[in-house]
Design a protein. Structure first.
Length: 246
């Protein structure tokens, strides 16, 4: 996938460096200046691109995080039952997979638990989560199918789908199952497991190391732009870039 040179970037110096993607520890976010921190860089860029607020989520602690996500605040606020949590929202994400030695960047939609212990009630699937629009859209001939086929078969994206507590199903151009089988797989994820859907563009450690920090930031924003049409199909709001007239 080629980097879009017109990807929106914050009007500040970009100090992010390739070594901040550490394939043994995760994404470095601590002990950095603001212009080096990828959370700030991407959040500012997304808010400038779409002219609305974004919420940052993360998995990890300390200096290195394994997963970072950005979701439109307006989509979360539109949910009548789940406006206080981010689990039900489609989100852009970046992650470092330390076992696979891959950097991944793309779109994530979570199902959470269908049956969950009382202490995890906030993680239980609710009727207003974006997950339901994802499953509804996974049908032959749908706009969602066209976007999936474009991204996976033409642009080289990968897909993780199903339970995240067992060996998650992995798909690419070589074994894309089609939307009907994909929907059945997602629907069959055990109700007591956390489940989800990740559509991502993968980069190897070698590819990351051979790029500049600015190249990587532009690539992340280009990936986010590529998955936005699919994201719009499952959200309650729509992300749109202002036109020249606006």
């Amino acid at each position: 996938m080629k980097t879009n040179p017109h990807a929106a970037l914050p009007s500040v110096a970009i100090g992010f460096r390739p070594e901040f993607l550490d394939f043994r520890r995760g994404i470095r976010v601590g002990n950095l200046a603001d212009h080096e921190r990828i959370t700030r860089i991407l959040k500012l860029a997304l808010e400038a691109r779409y002219q609305q607020g974004f919420v940052t989520e993360r998995w990890g602690r300390g200096v290195f995080w394994r997963w970072i996500a950005f979701l439109p605040r307006a989509n979360r606020e539109a949910k009548p039952l789940s406006s206080h949590v981010s689990f039900g929202c489609a989100k852009f994400f970046i992650s470092v997979e330390t076992e696979e030695k891959l950097f991944q960047c793309g779109l994530q939609i979570e199902r959470g638990y269908v049956k969950t212990p009382r202490s995890f009630r906030a993680c239980q699937l609710r009727p207003d989560w974006d997950w339901h629009r994802l499953l509804k859209g996974l049908r032959p001939g749908s706009p969602l199918e066209r976007e999936l086929r474009r991204l996976i078969l033409r642009e080289g994206f990968g897909l993780h789908a199903g339970s995240w507590e067992t060996e998650i199903a992995q798909f690419s151009k070589a074994n894309f199952p089609g939307v009907a089988k994909l929907r059945r797989l997602l629907a069959a994820a055990p109700q007591t497991h956390w489940a989800g859907f990740q559509l991502f563009y993968p980069m190897t450690e070698g590819e990351v190391r051979s790029a500049t920090g600015l190249d990587l930031v532009e690539s992340m924003l280009a990936v986010f732009r590529e998955v936005t049409p699919l994201m719009n199909l499952v959200m309650q709001i729509e992300l749109a870039e202002p036109t020249q007239e606006d």
